[in-house]
Design a protein around this ligand. Structure first.
Ligand SMILES: [Ca+2]
Ligand SMILES: [Ca+2]
Ligand SMILES: [Ca+2]
Ligand SMILES: [Ca+2]
Length: 196
């Protein structure tokens, strides 16, 4: 069932009334968020133009949702589509992890991550809980050695569509600021500080 046009309009209004930092898609949730924050520091005035959703941004989010996740363009990300997206983080991602990822976001309980409301709810949330941070930590630790390394981040960032330069800038300029002991990888305790 497609979301009703009334729901769409109501949601758009709600979103327009709220000022949020924008993230581009799930990967963002975190990794693109890093890029945005980096840009913010580099150019506060240009970031200013992106702090709330407008209709043009909603259209852009939908286009990105389709391009990156909703490959069959039916307005919802199925288990299979989410799995294929998360494989960009971890090629060996388990079905259990994919299922948990879907359930956490499936606010209307239909088994899919719908563009509306599930996906927009996620990208409009400015804060992340410790359990959400843990989920991204485990996904970004592609080789499961207990650390999110700079190289893993660069690789993931490129897998989800950043240029090599953006990927490196994001890993170095955002994530590695949390690398207190300077070993080019983040422990959980280092990583979680990025979410607070
Ligand atoms: Ca789909
Ligand atoms: Ca859903
Ligand atoms: Ca690792
Ligand atoms: Ca470290």
């Amino acid at each position: 069932m497609m979301p009703s046009i009334f729901i769409t309009a109501a949601l758009t209004t709600v979103l327009l009334m709220k000022a949020f930092e924008c993230s581009l898609h799930f990967g963002t949730s975190h990794i693109f968020r890093g890029l945005e924050k980096l840009k913010k520091r580099q150019d506060a005035s240009s970031f200013q133009q992106h702090v709330c959703f407008d209709v043009r941004q909603l259209v852009a989010f939908k286009a990105q949702f389709t391009a990156f996740i909703d490959k069959d363009n039916d307005g919802r990300a199925s288990f299979k589509e989410i799995k294929s997206y998360l494989q960009k983080y971890d090629a060996a991602v388990t079905d259990k992890r994919v299922q948990d990822f879907v359930v956490r976001r499936d606010t209307n309980g239909d088994g899919d991550v719908d563009f509306i409301p599930d996906y927009l709810s996620e990208i409009s949330a400015p804060n992340y809980s410790a359990s959400m941070a843990k989920e991204w930590f485990e996904l970004e630790d592609s080789n499961h050695d207990g650390y999110v390394s700079r190289d893993e981040l660069v690789n993931i960032a490129q897998n989800i569509g950043m240029s090599p330069r953006e990927a490196l800038e994001t890993a170095e300029g955002y994530y590695m600021i949390a690398d207190v002991d300077g070993d080019h990888r983040l422990t959980w305790n280092e990583y979680v500080t990025l979410f607070t």
